[in-house]
Design a protein. Structure first.
Lengths: 115, 112
């Protein structure tokens, strides 16, 4: 596709359930990022993948959060035993990974609501 | 620990006037700075950037100024247009690192 694609666009779940969010980066982009934006907050870094290197997981808020990426393609962010404070818009971004300019290409986000 | 701060959550400016958005940072090791713009229900999009070796970068109606001694950068938009109404995020990068640290955003409203 032309841009970063995320699904689902909206997800409402009950506290304690697991959720999976999907990101399809721009074809050929080796770097992939997950950020989240909670209500009234800025963009909070979660995790960064670059090619086959070990991911930078320094932003994951707890061990309930995990993410995977297969090669240089799709990534899934999994939140186990969701809590109300997990409610946020989860944004995925990709970048070419070479000649890094700081320009990330963001998807439209997945809005997660935990009841 | 908020390393990149945008202390004004909102700003209203008359159409045609100058909009000035401010951003402060605490980590003197940041060496590259960017501004992103975000419309509702869309992802942020890159607007303009500046390297720490410069103090100004201009692109059309947008100019970013960097004051390293004050650890402060600003985005000037002139003249402001209704389509500029959006949330603006500043972001910073540590040298050799490809992770962006974002501020909390400023909602800019351009009044026709």
């Amino acid at each position: 596709g032309a841009g970063v694609s995320q699904s689902p666009s909206n997800k409402v779940t009950e506290k304690g359930k697991d959720v999976e969010l999907r990101c399809d980066p721009i074809s050929g982009h080796t770097a992939l990022y997950w950020y989240r934006q909670r209500l009234g907050q800025g963009l909070e870094f979660l995790i960064y993948f670059q090619g086959n290197s070990a991911p930078d997981k320094s932003g994951l808020p707890s061990d309930r959060f995990s993410a995977e990426r297969t090669g240089e393609s799709v990534s899934t962010l999994t939140i186990q035993r969701t809590q109300q404070e997990d409610s946020a818009v989860y944004l995925c971004a990709s970048s070419p990974g070479t000649g890094f300019t700081g320009e990330l290409f963001f998807g439209e986000g997945s809005r997660l609501t935990v009841l | 620990d908020q390393q990149v701060k945008q202390n004004s959550p909102s700003l209203s400016v008359q159409e045609g006037r100058i909009s000035i958005l401010n951003c402060d940072y605490t980590n003197s090791m940041f060496d590259y700075f960017l501004w992103y713009k975000k419309y509702p229900a869309e992802g942020p999009t890159f607007l303009i950037s500046i390297s720490s070796i410069k103090d100004k970068n201009e692109d059309g109606r947008f100019t970013v100024f960097l004051n390293k001694s004050a650890k402060h950068l600003s985005l000037h938009i002139v003249p402001s247009q209704p389509g500029d109404s959006a949330v603006y995020f500043c972001a910073a990068i540590l040298g050799g690192n490809e992770k962006l640290t974002f501020g909390t955003g400023t909602r800019l409203t351009i009044i026709p």
